[in-house]
Design a protein around this ligand. Structure first.
Ligand code: ZN
Length: 148
């Protein structure tokens, strides 16, 4: 178990140090901003959606290791996915980090590295910020999302 924990931490720190898809998206047609006042995490999610598929996706912002890694892993996982698939993954991810499911049954892949945050309720908001912001972007709510 401790080996597994170390591996998870490696994934998180790797994505914190070198966030993937960390840039504005010039041809985005969906966008939203999120803020977690509890920790000070800020994130902007950009989406290029065509025919119900996420063609491209990126993010910008500043935050702790958990929020940055979560956003980075999310963009990697969701690129090329349909909106319907994204809704399912969002639910699976939320269940995983809030601990209502012992092991994720889904295709969350490397995002499973964030399962440990369920032991730290304050960090759950760091982990879910990017997802709540993504959700707002999909619904075209061009308002600031706050976890509070
Ligand atoms: Zn945070």
């Amino acid at each position: 178990m401790s080996d597994l924990r170390e591996l998870y931490q490696e994934v998180i720190f790797d994505h914190y140090r070198k966030p993937r898809n960390f840039r504005p998206l010039a041809n985005a047609n969906h966008k939203a901003e999120g803020y977690n006042p509890l920790c000070g995490d800020k994130v902007t999610v950009y989406l290029r959606i065509e025919n119900g598929i996420i063609k491209d996706m990126s993010f910008e912002g500043s935050g702790c290791a958990i929020s940055t890694a979560s956003a980075s892993l999310m963009t990697e996982l969701l690129k090329g996915k349909s909106i319907a698939a994204v809704e399912h993954l969002f639910e699976d991810f939320h269940r995983m980090v809030t601990g209502t499911e012992t092991m994720p049954q889904s295709g969350l892949g490397k995002l499973e590295a964030l399962a440990g945050v369920r032991e730290f309720p304050a960090r759950v908001k760091c982990a879910t910020l990017a997802w709540h912001t993504l959700h707002a972007a999909l619904q075209d709510q061009n308002t600031l999302v706050s976890t509070e």
